[in-house]
Write a protein that binds this ligand. Structure first.
Ligand SMILES: Cc1cc2nc3c(=O)[nH]c(=O)nc-3n(C[C@H](O)[C@H](O)[C@H](O)COP(=O)(O)OP(=O)(O)OC[C@H]3O[C@@H](n4cnc5c(N)ncnc54)[C@H](O)[C@@H]3O)c2cc1C
Length: 370
């Protein structure tokens, strides 16, 4: 490490929800912050379809739901960022899709209590957080490849397609990137306990191997037929489908999670589109297949989110990870903050907020002591 002066107080690695929340809290605390993001956009697992004309929100390709009644940290952040919620549309019958040779059957299913959507989608959280940060502190296209630390501070190295490596010197670093990928892709300080790297490699990234399909329609025709838009399917390819229209129905959409394994999706993308179209006709009649657009996001192919391990081992529902992932490292200069490290709602939107709050509280304590 050189004894050159710092570029900033804190480097945050990753500009997903947790990284941007960290940056927001650090800036509010008066700390000079730089956010290094591998991808060319911010948001990480949060990503929306937007109107080509004005960039306004259309639909979610990543997360959709929050549960404010059970998620106090989400409730506080929605309030702080001035983002409002509405009920997931669930009125009417669902469709049970049990046999690929027969039309789906109508069936009333129990509602999912407390499940809500965000006006503007979770993208509104990203856009609001990013918009409130000082201009230029978020550097996209900067994949971090190395972190070094000693008693004086940290050095974070970022590469980029065709660009020379650039070093960022700081007093501390918060890593808000998926843990399994970060364990492999980043060279870590020699002083970092090997148990930390083992815990990172053992932590699946929630939903990393999933694919979401979003269908846009001229109007939510299923609602006037007494259908909720929900499908529970045995043959698939969509294992489940939900209404994804705007609250007033002026944006009409359905979305589903694809049940095919990642390797099959990658090898047969056209067959997948044909099969899910056939499934929508089976469940909703000809109008189901007459969508105006179909957007498919395969997260398993995102090399800044999904690791090889996430592809081969099915992810269990997230559990609270070992304390070592919330502890300070390298003399209190290194913390982790991706959603999977949270004590509350690990892997979820609430987890991203919770992890960021916890990491920033820990790092600012160190900075006040040094
Ligand atoms: C399809 C899908 C559906 C979901 N549904 C829900 C839901 O309904 N409700 C819910 O609460 N949650 C849901 N989730 C989970 C939710 O999206 C995540 O909890 C949340 O977005 C995690 O945010 P994060 O910032 O912690 O991590 P991420 O969003 O993963 O952000 C990490 C960032 O780090 C960047 N990065 C990676 N490596 C590097 C590197 N070396 N250098 C620099 N940057 C790097 C990545 O590009 C990314 O931008 C869903 C996720 C998916 C994929």
């Amino acid at each position: 490490m050189t004894d050159r002066g710092p570029d900033c107080d804190v480097v945050v690695v990753g500009a997903g929800l947790s990284g941007l929340t960290c940056a927001s809290l650090l800036c509010d605390a008066g700390l000079d912050t730089i956010v290094l993001e591998a991808a060319e956009r911010t948001g990480g697992r949060i990503h929306s379809v937007k109107h080509a004309s004005d960039g306004s929100y259309v639909a979610d390709l990543g997360p959709t739901w929050v549960w404010p009644a059970y998620q106090p940290i989400v409730t506080a952040w929605l309030d702080r960022l001035n983002v409002e919620t509405f009920n997931q549309f669930e009125s009417g019958d669902a469709v049970l899709d049990l046999d690929e040779t027969a039309p789906g059957q109508r069936q009333l299913l129990p509602g999912q209590h407390g499940i809500r959507r965000l006006h503007g989608g979770p993208q509104a959280l990203i856009d609001t957080l990013h918009g409130r940060l000082p201009h230029g502190i978020v550097r996209t296209g900067h994949p971090v490849t190395a972190i070094d630390a000693d008693a004086n501070g940290v050095v974070v190295t970022a590469g980029g397609a065709g660009a020379e490596d650039r070093e960022f010197h700081a007093t501390g670093v918060i890593v808000a990137a998926p843990l399994r990928l970060a364990a492999q892709a980043i060279s870590w300080p020699g002083s970092l306990d090997k148990a930390v790297l083992a815990a990172m490699a053992a932590t699946p990234t929630w939903m990393a191997a999933q694919t979401k399909a979003v269908f846009l329609y001229d109007r939510p025709f299923w609602r006037s037929e007494g259908l909720s838009g929900r499908v529970a399917s045995r043959p698939g390819p969509l294992a489940e489908v939900h209404d994804h229209s705007s609250e007033d129905g002026h944006l009409a959409a359905l979305f589903g999670f694809v049940g095919w394994p990642p390797a099959v999706r990658e090898a047969h993308p056209e067959a997948l589109r044909e099969e899910i179209t056939r499934q929508m006709v089976r469940c909703f009649g000809d109008r189901g297949g007459a969508y105006s657009a179909l957007h498919i996001e395969d997260w398993a192919m995102n090399r800044a989110i999904c690791s090889e391990l996430d592809l081969t081992r099915p992810a269990a529902h997230p559990e609270v990870t070992p304390d070592i992932l919330r502890a300070p490292h390298c003399d209190g200069r290194l913390f982790f903050a991706v959603a999977e490290t949270a004590l509350q709602s690990p892997g979820l939107i609430e987890g991203a907020f919770c992890a960021a709050q916890c990491a920033v509280a820990g790092l600012t304590t160190t900075l006040h002591e040094t």
